[in-house]
Design a protein around this ligand. Structure first.
Ligand code: HEM
Length: 515
């Protein structure tokens, strides 16, 4: 940037076509050539309050800060105003936001938490930096072109053992160097995983987030927990190494939450099965290498088989409102031979394999949902502060403050419930989690996604037309509002989860309970 300084009077002289300067936050921009290419048009720049003037307020009413960070616009700076300092300093890469409620309480100066230790703080700082430097740029590019997340991102994740950590604490982390040694495998707990879920959600690229191993998150645990040692030893290192991806293929057009109604058929043959059937809405299906598949056997029971991509396996893209980078697929298995050793768990006891996965999946989705909801609160607080209506900030309207009150309360209650459940998970054996936490996790997810949708709706009302525009000020809100139903449907629709939570409670009702 040029080290030249100018007085306000000098800048004011450059206020005509072919010679146009403006000031944004103490920096002087020469827009003489750019004016004709300005996406907002030429005429707006020649307003007498803009041309040659300090246009900071007008600029931030209409553009996100990141516009000024783009190299092609940084080049337009010709100097600064004598005696003025930059007032608007964006958050440093990996740093914490100072906007109230944009960080959970444990990351907000002055507040305390019983849950997080020093290694969680170190981990959060390192992981956020990784997300912003490595994942975010790829996420934005892939959301645009719809391709799967780049191999270099998987390679970087593998290098720090992020793929292994995404599956939560457990024996699979033993002996691994996590995040460059910032946290020891024996220290790693569900709060670290919660941090990962919440931080990754901040990329605000919902399809990409699922593309980044969403299928592995639910498709690999059955292999790790129920696969035979030889199968595990082959597949787990390939996946943790970022070279292969899994997908969980249970849902069909015929049966969704009703897993007992699956039609995909595994016919017993010499040395294994031949599988024929279809699967629908399979995350990462278009590019996954391994499919963890729920099949009906000859006896009518349910078995889970590991099927490798190969002859007879076809995957087709399903178009959904989120980006194709998630690889959502319709899959057909056409007389595919599956060897005996690919059986996960016991034959006809597949329901146990499938159900054992659900709690972790739903809890993980809740971490992401709450993280994204918090980002929306931050976007709204910034917007109401910088947007002027009738000469005053948008937050001078009581109705806007009332919407924000509801948004903040929702995200804080969801976060606090989630942290309490996470604490329980840290202290329970995995099988006790099914007994004690299946209901609370289901209810917490339902609550988080319902509140997420209310918050998405309120945010669109606050942003107005910008909240339904894919570029510009409200682009985060538009994306969130369009993709928020994914949180509410994947891993179990809200009504199904609510019902599960209440049924679990009713099963535990004491026989002698009376009013
Ligand atoms: C450094 C100077 C400026 C640059 C680099 C710039 C760049 C841009 C860009 C890239 C957009 C497209 C929307 C987006 O991606 O956010 C845009 C839109 C716009 N700009 Fe500027 N701009 C500048 C100054 C101004 C100023 C001073 C005004 C004052 C009125 C203005 C008015 C607008 C308007 C009205 C739009 C359309 C906004 C919308 O669709 O909501 N721009 N500008």
């Amino acid at each position: 940037m040029s080290a030249k300084t100018f007085s306000l009077e000098e800048v004011a002289k450059h206020n005509k076509e072919g010679d146009l300067w403006i000031i944004v936050d103490s920096k002087v921009y020469d827009l003489s050539k750019f004016a004709g290419m300005h996406p907002g048009g030429l005429s707006v720049l020649f307003d007498e309050e803009i041309a040659g003037q300090d246009a900071t307020e007008a600029f931030f009413s209409l553009h996100r800060y990141e516009v000024l960070e783009r190299p092609q616009y940084k080049r337009l700076v010709v100097g600064t105003i004598t005696g003025q300092q930059q007032q608007i300093i964006p958050r440093a890469v990996g740093g914490l936001s100072k906007v109230p409620y944009s960080e959970p309480a444990w990351l907000t100066p002055g507040y305390y938490s019983p849950y997080y230790k020093e290694h969680h703080r170190r981990f959060q700082a390192a992981y956020r930096k990784f997300v912003e430097e490595i994942i975010l740029p790829d996420a934005q590019a892939r959301e645009e072109d719809g391709k799967r997340p780049s191999q270099k991102v998987f390679d970087e994740m593998a290098r720090l053992n992020i793929i292994a950590m995404r599956l939560g604490p457990g024996p699979h982390l033993k002996g691994l160097e996590l995040m460059g040694g910032i946290v020891k495998p024996e220290e790693f707990d569900y709060f670290h995983e919660l941090i990962m879920g919440q931080e990754t959600a901040k990329i605000n690229a919902r399809g990409y987030n699922d593309g980044l191993g969403g299928g592995t998150y639910i498709g690999l645990p059955p292999i790790m927990n129920f696969g035979k040692p030889a199968l595990r030893n082959k597949i787990v290192p390939e996946v943790f190494g970022g070279k292969k991806l899994c997908a969980l293929a249970i849902t069909e057009a015929f049966a969704g939450s009703d897993v007992a109604g699956l039609k995909c058929h595994a016919k017993k043959v010499d040395g294994g099965w031949r599988v024929t059937g279809t699967k629908k809405w399979i995350t990462n299906g278009t590019f996954a290498d391994y499919f963890t598949v729920g099949c009906r056997t000859d006896q009518g029971g349910l078995s889970v088989l590991l099927i490798e991509r190969g002859p007879g396996v076809e995957t087709k893209q399903i178009k959904t409102p989120y980006s194709t980078t998630a690889g959502t697929a319709y899959i057909t298995f056409d007389d595919v031979f599956v060897p005996e050793e690919n059986l996960l768990g016991e034959e006809n006891k597949g329901l146990q394999v499938i159900l054992s996965n659900f709690n972790h999946e739903r809890w993980g989705m809740t971490t992401a949902s709450v993280g994204a909801q918090r980002l929306v609160v931050e976007e709204c607080l910034k917007w109401v502060n910088q947007r002027k209506v009738f000469g005053k900030p948008l937050h001078s309207q009581a109705v806007i403050r009332s919407k924000l009150a509801a948004m903040i309360s929702r995200v804080e209650s969801a976060q606090n419930w989630l942290e309490n459940i996470t604490y329980q998970m840290n202290h329970m054996k995995y099988k006790d989690q099914a007994n004690y936490l299946a209901g609370p996790i289901a209810l917490c997810k339902k609550y988080a996604t319902e509140t997420a949708q209310e918050t998405a709706r309120d945010a669109v009302q606050i942003f107005g037309g910008r909240g339904i525009t894919k570029t510009g000020m409200g682009r985060f809100i538009e994306h969130y509002h369009r993709t928020v139903p994914f949180d509410a449907v994947l891993g179990g629709a809200e009504d199904v989860l609510g019902d599960l939570g209440v049924r679990q409670a009713l099963r535990k009702m004491p026989k002698d309970a009376r009013l």
